[in-house]
Design a protein around this ligand. Sequence first.
Ligand code: SF4
Length: 420
Amino acid sequence: MNAPVRAESCGIDLARERGQRAVFCGLTGIVWLHRKIQDAFFLVVGSRTCAHLIQSAAGVMIFAEPRFATAILDERDLAGLADAEDELDRVVERLVARRPDIKLLFLVGSCPSEVIKLDLTRAALRLSRRLAPVRVLSYSGSGIETTFTEGEDACLAALVPDLPEAPAGETGLLVAGALGDVVEDQFARLFADLGIPVRFLPGRSAGTMPGIAPGQPFLLAQPFLAGTARALEGRGLHHLPAPFPLGAEGTTGWLRAAADAFGVDPARFEAATAPGRRRAATALASHRERLTGRRVFFFPDSQLEVPLARFLWAELGAEIVEVGTPYLHRGHLAHEIAGLPPGTRVVEGQSLDDQMDRARAARPDLTVCGLGLANPLEAEGLATKWSIELLFTPVQGYEQAGDLAELFARPLRRRGRLEV
Ligand code: SF4
């Protein structure tokens, strides 16, 4: 569609493309965020399409009271014939009256709410005053020119202005990014072994959101949190540059960035991390045979592509054909970019047809892509991995390094069986 624009960057072959895209919208993040913040409710202000997306992404919960829903804008709202603001207030008030377990309510904007310019920031302020002590915040999950992990970024960024100021001398490290509870518990133990006080954003409930203070360092646990990082920096915190905790090497580099910032003794660092590194090395060894030399192609989808390519190449010996990524934050990804093999082709943005042509021509052993592309590519004989699975599965840290490798090894094994 349009020729890639070449740019020189850190030894990689970086190109930018614009054209047709195939990605989910930011509403998808609700699926893992509602599990993480256990007394939060996510009210999408959108259309029936938005409701269908959320229901099919999350699975239909029949017996549980779900903690997400869609306030559906109908034709009268879209035509400006009804007062959507009044109607929204009524819906939220009814919801909060019926569900006293809700302590934090997110109004989540969508394409339709943005088209009719429904001001959810103002609505959240108005409803917060009216419904106190329930907090009402808003963010956009709209699909226009976005990708699905941006929903988490927008949600966490919306939380930052609301975080309490921590008392002087009581701040430690802040880790930003929703992690599976099991992963968070493992990291909390590792930071305790290193002697580093740590809090996690988001907290597991509205009442356990971390206090923060100017000068406090923070680590990103996910590579797609540019807006959250900006909001934290706006409150005077400073980002610790680090790789992301994917695989043994990524986890060690990530922990080391914190250890260096807090002046942890190298012997203590070694003692705290050696058992995890050993277990991760053993777990990875069992997948190396299946993945070494395998050619992997990433379509842009989750924004995890660059760290995953580094992991597959550096820790499992895979060959990287192309790394597509919706956005490339060169600051946050500097360590990961430096960890890629020299000359790796990294494509920021997407021109779907061009990228499909390149994938077909390259015939990679494994293609990591969104749900919408996986079926056609499988039908053409290519093994695929859904990138969204990497968000639904706990994959960070030493104890999950083997599971992360297994996610990539499984489709190769399945395709191997099909071909026998
Ligand atoms: S892309 Fe827009 S209309 Fe479609 S589900 Fe997402 S927010 Fe709703």
